[in-house]
Design a protein around this ligand. Structure first.
Ligand code: SF4
Length: 372
């Protein structure tokens, strides 16, 4: 067993009721796959990883896909199975991603009873026409009902995902989306700028000229989100994330800080030190390999150079409210930051570089300048 202790685990549940046309994650409809066998494969992978690493989880994150699409029976087996296989005494955050209309009060209560303490709800919009364009199955009413179920069973850490810069979405509509989410008072709000990922239907539509990107409109919508959410008491602690004090996502903060994590499930990525790998992105093959070989093949393995890791740290940490340490930026020699300061993109203080309000919409471009 390696000396490494891993405190952060991600589980990839690739099932979705429908495929959203902008989504680039590994996912598919459940089809005829035996979910019981899939759950056993996940549990077996946890055991296999425990032979290689000491696992003492502080955060668990179930994403996908749509983890709440698992049946109550399979969810129960998965959650109980994890309690039997892992020491969860140091766990501080256990997040499940959920989509409206994929769970009922029984499933929600089960998650709560088993120790899941945070739900991230994929609402995306409160407008029917935007939801339809995004290929989402739920209605605004179902999203409200889904939120209410979570509150009723006792969840006090809820995130709502919203999306802006969606084709045909006006600034006024986005403002209504923000006001509606504020009225519901989740502890955390993620507001993502739609991006056109390769190999998605939206990307093809963009290429074909049916959609168009507008960076000025993006910036206006981003600015509106910051203004409205900060005024409502949400701290803008990362480019796409806003939280009540103390409600920041600990799991995501671990990613941004460059901590080690293990990914369990098909296509899940792990990073331990400078080593990074991705599990085979094929659910049937994943289940077969775990059953027959007791381990899972890696689609992509790489050893990052220290410089790559440093560049990654700059790009990720610059997106946070704390910014990036000057030491990390200067590790490989002095980078000329004066121009970025004069342009009002960054400020320096306390040994850290922080994006200004002007720099935030251009975080990726500023990071490239700092990487040098
Ligand atoms: S529900 Fe989520 S994971 Fe599934 S296709 Fe839509 S965006 Fe992707």
């Amino acid at each position: 067993m390696s000396e490494t202790t891993v405190q952060h685990l991600y589980f990839h549940i690739p099932f979705c009721a429908q495929i959203c046309p902008y989504c680039a994650f590994y996912k598919h409809t459940p089809g005829k796959l035996a979910n019981a066998a899939f759950v056993e494969a996940l549990l077996d992978e946890v055991v296999a990883c425990s032979k290689d690493y000491e696992i003492a989880p502080k955060t668990l994150y179930f994403g996908g896909g749509t983890p709440t699409l698992l049946s109550r029976k399979h969810l129960e087996r998965l959650l109980q199975g994890l309690h039997e296989r892992l020491d969860l005494s140091a766990l501080v955050e256990w997040t499940f991603e959920a989509n409206p209309a994929t769970y009922n009060i029984e499933k929600a209560a089960l998650m709560c009873d088993q120790g899941v303490n945070r739900i991230s709800l994929g609402v995306q919009s409160w407008h029917s026409e935007t939801l339809k364009l995004l290929g989402r199955e739920h209605s605004p009413e179902e999203a409200k009902e889904a939120f209410g179920i979570l509150r009723n069973v006792g969840f006090d850490q809820l995130n709502v995902d919203l999306m802006f810069s969606v084709p045909n979405q006006s600034l006024e509509q986005w403002e209504v989306d923000l006001e509606q989410v504020i009225a519901m008072q989740p502890e955390h709000i993620s507001a993502y700028n739609l991006t056109y990922e390769e190999d998605t239907d939206f990307f093809k539509q963009l290429q074909a000229g049916r959609f168009r990107e507008d960076s000025d409109e993006d910036a206006l919508q981003f600015r509106l989100a910051i203004d409205k959410l900060e005024t409502a008491g949400y701290h803008h602690y990362e480019i796409s994330n806003y939280a009540r004090p103390g409600a920041e996502s600990k799991h995501n903060q671990a990613y941004w800080a460059g901590r080690d994590y293990l990914g369990i499930g098909p296509s899940a990525v792990s990073t331990i030190g400078l080593k990074r790998w991705k599990n085979v992105a094929d659910t049937a093959d994943y289940v077969r390999q775990m059953r027959e070989e007791g381990s899972v093949g890696k689609d992509e393995c790489e050893v990052l150079t220290p410089d790559q890791k440093r560049m990654e740290s700059i790009a990720l940490q610059l997106r946070t409210a704390e910014g990036v340490s000057l030491d990390v930026v200067e590790m490989n020699g002095e980078v000329d930051r004066q121009m970025l300061i004069e342009e009002g993109m960054i400020t320096e203080g306390g040994g850290r570089i922080v994006l200004t309000e002007k720099g935030k919409p251009l975080a990726d471009t500023v990071a490239l300048e700092l990487i040098g």
